[in-house]
Design a protein around this ligand. Sequence first.
Ligand SMILES: N[C@@H](CCC[C@H](N)C(=O)O)C(=O)O
Length: 289
Amino acid sequence: MSTRIAFLKGHGTENDFVIVPDPENALDLPPAAVAALCDRRAGLGGDGLLHVVRSAAHPEAREMAAEAEWFMDYRNGDGSVAEMCGNGVRVFARYLQRAGYAVAGDLAVATRGGVKRVHLAKNGDVTIGMGRALLPEGDVEVSVGERSWPARNVNMGNPHAVAFVADLAHAGDLYAPPSHTPAGAYPDGVNVEFVVDRGPGHVAMRVHERGSGETRSCGTGACAVAVAAARRDGADPAVTGTPATYTVDVPGGTLVITERPDGEIEMTGPAVIVAEGEFDSAWLEGVLA
Ligand SMILES: N[C@@H](CCC[C@H](N)C(=O)O)C(=O)O
């Protein structure tokens, strides 16, 4: 028998998500189902999917339940699982507010990258405590077509390679993953950011997201870019003792990233819910059959 399954659609700086509320973790969402829902022609369409589950009801989140009632079970558009999604957390928090599970102010969200502290401001912005970046040794080179650039490894819970380029157009078509050397540098894949300067403390980026292709924004990617830019600019907060703030323009808007001397990173940007509806479980079963 077919049933109606509720969903919403939202975005943060145009990094867009299908949101599936499932408080008791009753739905089966294998990778093929997620990919079908995120398909922009035959499905609902999104860079990724936010499966909204009570932490206590999800085996990966139970131990965070005392700190954060809700778990963001994030999936990329191809159905793969990722450790963290910065824009996703903002949109997730906006959904909790809309559904009456949270009010403006502070809340905690459980993710595979740990519990994230979120502030829902009255002006529509959402700020997230993104934690600290890791800067693994062993820089790489990334290539698109005939062009190659050195890139810096930055881990924001998920892996990023950040390349400073002369012109964002040089990155060409970013739907397919850029190649990298050494070839084994990222056994689980990598998100790749291409960055240009716009002024002091101000950069612009494009991104290829692992599991989604080129997207119009990536929150963890913008943080990785700010961290790499601060090291390049001699503004590493751990060295200067002063917070470093970068405005990061993405194709879908602007994010503001601040890294404090203790390494903690905060990201601020908008988060919007744009639609709410239902899909037919029979459609999804048909796609999966
Ligand atoms: N869009 C996200 C990142 C989503 C996960 C990423 N594609 C990965 O596989 O690591 C963000 O806003 O951070």
